[in-house]
Design a protein around this ligand. Sequence first.
Ligand code: M6R
Length: 608
Amino acid sequence: MCGIVGYIGTEQAAPILLDGLEKLEYRGYDSAGIAVFDGENIQMKKSIGRLKVLSELTHDGATMPGIAGIGHTRWATHGAPSDVNAHPHFNGDASIAVVHNGIIENYGKLKKKLMSKGCEFRSETDTEVVAHLLDYYYKGDPLAAIAHVMHHVEGSYALGILFQDHPGEIYAVRKDSPLIVGKGKTGSLIASDVPAILKYTRTVYFIENEEIVRLTADSLNFYNIDEEEIEKEPTTIEWDISAAEKGGYEHFMLKEMYEQPKAVTDTLNPRIRGNQILIEELGMTDEEIRSVKKIFIVACGSAYHTGVTAKYVIEGLARIPVEVELASEFRYRNPILSEGTLVVIVSQSGETADSLAALREAKAAGVRTLGIVNVVGSSIAREADNVIYTWAGPEIAVATTKAYSTQLIAEYLLALKFARVRGQITEDELADYIRDLKRLPQQIELLLNNKTKIQRFANRYLAARDVFFIGRGVDYAISLEGSLKLKEISYIHSEAYAAGELKHGTISLIEEGTLVAAVLTQEELYKKTMSNMVEVKSRGAFLLAVTNTDNVEAEKIADYVIYIPKTNPYFTNSLAVIPLQLFAYYVSIGRGCDVDKPRNLAKSVTVE
Ligand code: M6R
């Protein structure tokens, strides 16, 4: 999604803005721009396409002198990707410049009103409305103008603003779209995400909804929407910038796949003491755990897929009914949230607009909420009653891998904790489960080291038109993820089906040579899935099987078999996902796709 950077200080702003925007490239964008105050006027340059076009246009910022500026990478919502729709946007006489993440929902009405007052619009964006509206309310005091605008705009926004009349200041404001500020050695900075400014400071302030910041070269002042000054506590970012760099790998996705053993260990180990599971962050007494009657797991995309796995695991182990729901559905369907309901929101970024809205729905209904979140200090982490962090570290590739793996771990831990407290499993059984969990990092590593076999197979399928993933139980859950991974980065159409559902329609799509990837890790379901494999094979499918080492029978039916080491049946997704990630990755690079930044996608979907 869009990225924001701002700087005011003693150094040249443009190179710092370009550098910060580069660190945000992973979020996905279609155009970029910067605005810099040159001592007299605000200068602006923007361009469709990659950031390197903007860098060339400005000679790496050298042609835009000035010590205060704002920058933006845009992911189009209102108005097609184009030079003119790229941010920043000016008011009529170019004395106010604005960059914006989010969506102004009532922009149509506001635009009409402003046009009736003589404003002329250059772009099709909702953001330009903000620039003109600021101008409309500006009477010499930026703070008052910003507060006025906030009372009139509806929707979500993180804004960086320059006022030509106030050359020694830049402004930042947010509602429902992430924004941080910090102070470096040579000046103050704004960013929509930590990597953009981590090179300059580790001490950042997370801006809350309806807060305004005035930044000067050496000060940060915070205000509420009533223009009253407020105090804020800084947060220290613990991770290093190298964690957000490729570190010798060709792509972030590959690096992040290889970080999975560590990410899983980091998420697991602090919560295991001997043969006990301790999740202090859960904030629930045993009594409260026993009183849970129902769990909703609400999320989007891959995070939702971990929820589908978790449903099987939590229901199987703890015997608590679990409903898994897409956040975009949950938020609008008025779900029944009665006493004893726990709503778990799973999100890597902690900023996904639908997941955040679902969390707020649940809170408004008065039920307990729990976030499973990767980004420390993100909106979901801050707003949920409690949060279990997945210690995956920064994930840059749009296609999630290590965050997915750590979400599974957090959900297994939750299932086991609940199961033990509710007396559904014995101490000895828990010890066995813990033993299997602790083996996962090593087993994941083993699978990663076997990548050549998958790479060879992937190279044969670069021209595939359709791919189907099938499985039963948790194997169906992993099929969903395998299919999403492939389609999002290779642009090959793929679908996941519960294997038993094929013959209710989908099997008619199978033709000579169609690739079907069958996942069979559940011993008691081997035979069932194998008969589905026979069904598709007899209709011409080429069969890839991902199965346990003990299921050599699969070789009799499948054309290609990938084995995963044996683990507890509840945890197999942590292993089966590895070959599926590698397959998607190698197909994507084989087809020459942009693996880390697939077309049309954003890392963090902060708009609805
Ligand atoms: O940040 P979140 O976990 O809330 O993001 C949810 C989805 O947008 C995300 O998992 C998406 O599906 C990924 N592109 C999958 O690789």
